[in-house]
Design a protein around this ligand. Structure first.
Ligand code: AGP
Length: 574
């Protein structure tokens, strides 16, 4: 999703901002641009990649600049719609992350002054509105503009002849880096980590002024004191395929998650969850699938009822109150739908726990408790290792709710088996042509859902997940020789049932591939999983062949799995 970066100091701004945009590329974008300040603001934009932007840029000795990667919402992914946007008098440049909900109204107001828009975006409004304000007090000017905007208003402003960057935060993350040779701002800590270890995390409705030598933060016109935090995120290593590397990191990620859980879980948090009337789990996409697993393990191990909600549907969740313990799962910690759900839960009195991979992400600041996955940076848009780590975190949490401690050797064994699975492939060329189904019963259905999502995200092909026993109620009509069905079987209790489903599918001449921990289930070909102590741990392993299958198919189809079309790593709009 949109990425913002800015720098003011004594170094070359173009180089720093371009480097920042490269770091933010993984968030997903379709156009990019930079504004460099000085006596005259110069703007360069492209509807292509950051590398194209870099090649378009002229040499510059400017020491102040702001940059943006855009994920189109209002207006197509064109150069004209790329940020930064200039004000009508060319004296103000802005970059914005978010959606202005009252954009039609504000646009009318701006146009009534005879101002002509140069883009189809909602964001351009901000540049004109700032330019229309009294410039003698920029903090006041920014706050006035922010007050007019309904929706998400994370933006940076620079002015002609001014070395300051004015930043406003509302909804998505905006972080400041305090450096030796200048000050930095970015929507992502990763873009700051190269330059400094000292940072400030802005909260909603705060305005920051970055001069080349100092940072001041304001709220409601008054300067406020902010904590200086340690920017401790690991820099991602550069590698040709992040998704491949991240799948290979699953064994290490699992061990790190195990250590992180027992290092940071608070007894008080466990006690609150145990005494709650109900547990609610909220998440989106892959994290939602982890949430479904969370319900299985918490209900099975700890015997506490759990409801699971998709983030964007949580506004209609009922019975959330001060007897609710709400768990929010988010790799990035920045997903707008999930953050909105945290805020709603808090306003209704619930206790909140965030499970995230990013320390100091927005979700950690607004939740009562946090558990950090410590899976290491995840750059590929399709979540892989973070999912395995989320499952483990939920498994450990469920055990703690039941007063049980999972010993490290149990998870070391899972990690060893995960490592062995990395060299096994179920890819066949026909999969890249066929309609694909992932089926399973019980907990395996949840893994099937994640397998299908992974496949769709990076192959652009239809794939569906189904409860194996439900196929016969309709979807079996689709079975023919152009179908491949991946059947998951990790629970001995369901062996008979899944074997029958496989034979029904084979009778319709569809191809079948088994991922089984319970021996033969009658598939054409099978990958057998090693024995684990607890059947509830199998989803940590069974997803790996499906992650690898999606990756191999994506590679076979010539798609870049790290940057699938239309997707963003952190979805910061609702
Ligand atoms: C995962 O492969 C997806 N890109 C997506 O579904 C993701 O899981 C979802 O947007 C939630 O993201 P989060 O975990 O960062 O909140």
């Amino acid at each position: 999703m949109c990425g913002i970066v800015g720098y003011t100091g004594s170094k070359n701004a173009k180089d720093i901002v371009i480097e920042g945009l490269y770091t933010l590329e993984y968030r997903g974008y379709d156009s990019a641009g930079i504004a460099l300040g000085g006596n005259k603001i110069s703007v360069t934009k492209t509807s292509g990649r950051v590398s194209e932007l870099e090649s378009k840029m002229k040499e510059s000795d400017s020491t102040i600049g702001i940059g943006h990667t855009r994920w189109a919402t209002h207006g197509g992914p064109t150069t004209r719609n790329a940020h930064p946007h200039l004000s009508f008098n060319n004296k103000i440049a802005i970059v914005h992350n978010g959606i202005i909900e009252n954009c039609d109204l504000l646009k009318k107001e701006v146009m009534s002054h005879g101002i002509v828009f140069n883009s189809d975006t909602d964001s351009e409004i901000i540049a004109h509105l700032v330019a229309m304000e009294d410039q003698s007090d920029m903090v006041q000017a920014i706050e006035n503009v922010a007050a007019k905007i309904e929706g998400a208003a994370n933006f940076l402003v620079i002015r002609e002849g001014d070395n300051n960057i004015y930043c406003h935060k509302k909804n998505a993350a905006l972080n400041i880096g305090i450096g030796e040779d200048g000050n930095y701002v970015a929507s992502d800590m990763l873009a700051l980590a190269k330059h400094t270890k000292k940072g400030i995390v802005l909260s909603d409705d705060e305005t920051a002024v970055l001069t080349p030598t100092e940072v001041k933060v304001y709220k409601d016109g008054k300067e406020i004191k902010k904590d200086i935090i340690d920017i401790n995120c690991k820099e991602p290593k550069v590698c040709p395929c992040y998704m491949q590397a991240e799948i290979e990191e699953i064994p290490d990620a699992l061990l790190n998650t195990y250590d992180s859980f027992y290092k940071s879980i608070k007894q008080e948090c466990i006690a609150k969850a145990v005494s709650a009337e109900r547990i609610a789990i909220v998440a989106c996409g892959t994290a939602y699938h982890a949430g479904l697993y969370g319900k299985e393990v918490i209900e099975t191990i700890a015997n506490i009822p759990v409801d699971v909600f998709i983030g964007s549907e949580y506004d209609r969740a009922r019975f959330i109150n001060d007897k609710t313990f709400a768990i929010f799962i988010s790799q990035s910690g920045e997903t707008a739908d999930t953050l909105a759900a945290v805020n709603r839960s808090k306003s209704l009195g619930a206790t909140t726990l965030a499970i995230t991979n990013v320390a100091n992400s927005s979700i950690t600041f607004i939740s009562d408790y946090s558990l950090i996955l410590e899976a290491g940076p995840e750059i590929a848009v399709a979540a892989t290792k973070s999912y395995n780590s989320q499952l483990l975190m939920l498994y450990l949490f469920a055990n703690s709710l039941a007063g049980k401690v999972v010993t490290r050797d149990v998870i070391e064994n899972v990690a060893t088996q995960a490592n062995m699975l990395l060299s096994h492939s179920i890819f066949t060329e026909s999969i890249a042509k066929d309609n694909l189904f992932f089926i399973g019963k019980g907990i395996d259905e949840l893994s099937a859902m994640e397998g299908a999502l992974k496949f769709k995200e990076i192959t652009y092909k239809m794939a569906e997940a189904y409860a194996s026993g439900e196929l016969k109620h309709g979807t079996i009509a689709l079975m023919d020789p152009n179908c491949t069905v991946i059947a998951l079987a990790t629970n001995e209790d369901y062996k008979q049932k899944i074997t029958v489903s496989v034979s029904e599918i084979k009778a319709r001449k569809a191809k079948t591939i088994g991922i089984s921990a319970i021996g033969e289930i009658g598939c054409d070909i099978s990958l057998f999983l090693p024995k684990l102590e607890d059947v509830l741990l199998y989803p940590l392993l069974s997803i790996i062949p499906m992650q690898l299958l999606a990756l191999s198919t994506s590679n076979y189809l010539g798609i870049n799995p790290d940057k699938p079309r239309n997707l963003a790593k952190s979805v910061t709009v609702v």
